[in-house]
Write a protein that binds this ligand. Structure first.
Ligand code: PLP
Length: 219
């Protein structure tokens, strides 16, 4: 099941890429494995998935250390919000953090990276829909946060957003792409199961896909 889903995902990723002038040449498929049981993770690893996204540090700490030891090629991405007091644990475990959205967290990550001697790729999450309940820096504050992170010499890989569920995603991806271009950032972490083809046509370098790969999440 997961192997078949992966195969058809890869085909539709390639199809979305083909003939799309803005599409990135290399796209990383991050399997959003939050709330998925161990056997699903193992099936995905066996099928050749290398990148996995978790949205909670604690859940990832429970699921991943053994799997990472057995699969040293695997890379773990934090795609959910991060509390500053979990920065050290996050830097220890993750290879990329997609939810950097405030100066205090940038400080905590910089400090954790110094302590741990590890430098996970950082993506700044932008709340392009200005949704009050959603994480992500406000659009009008993003430039200042990017400058702040550059000042701390954080390894900034790019920008990330999650458009509002009811909205057409393309204008959100276009805004993020323009912000990244203006800031000289190459990475665009955009696109989920419902909108990854749009995201790829608009230049996604990372897509984060859960249900289209694993099926529904287990609560
Ligand atoms: C869960 C999640 C995804 C994947 O969502 P699907 O719709 O299942 O593909 C992507 N990004 C983030 C931030 C998530 O929390």
């Amino acid at each position: 099941m997961i192997a078949e889903n992966l195969h058809s995902l890869r085909l539709s990723i390639a199809k979305a890429q083909a003939g799309a002038p803005l599409a990135a040449p290399e796209i990383t498929l991050v399997a959003a494995s939050k709330q998925q049981p161990l056997d699903a993770l193992q099936a995905a690893l066996a099928a050749g998935v290398t990148d996995f996204g978790e949205n909670r540090v604690q859940e990832a700490e429970a699921k991943w250390p053994k799997l990472l030891a057995a699969h040293p090629q695997a890379r773990l991405h934090l795609i959910g919000g991060l509390q500053s007091n979990k920065a050290l644990e996050a830097v220890r475990l993750f290879h990329a953090i997609h939810s950097l959205d405030r100066p205090r967290l940038a400080d905590a990550l910089a400090e954790a990276m110094r302590k741990e001697g590890r430098r996970p790729d950082c993506y700044i999450q932008v709340n392009t829909g200005e949704e009050p309940q959603k994480s992500g820096v406000a659009v009008r504050e993003a430039e200042a946060l990017i400058a702040y992170c550059k000042g701390l010499e954080l390894p900034l890989a790019g920008l990330m957003c999650v458009p509002p569920p009811q909205a057409h995603p393309a204008p959100h991806f276009a805004l993020l792409r323009e912000m990244a271009r203006a800031q000289g950032l190459a990475g665009l972490s955009i696109g989920m199961s419902g909108d990854y083809e749009t995201a790829i046509r608009m230049g996604a370098t990372v897509v984060r896909i859960g249900t289209a790969l694993f099926g529904a999440r287990v609560k």
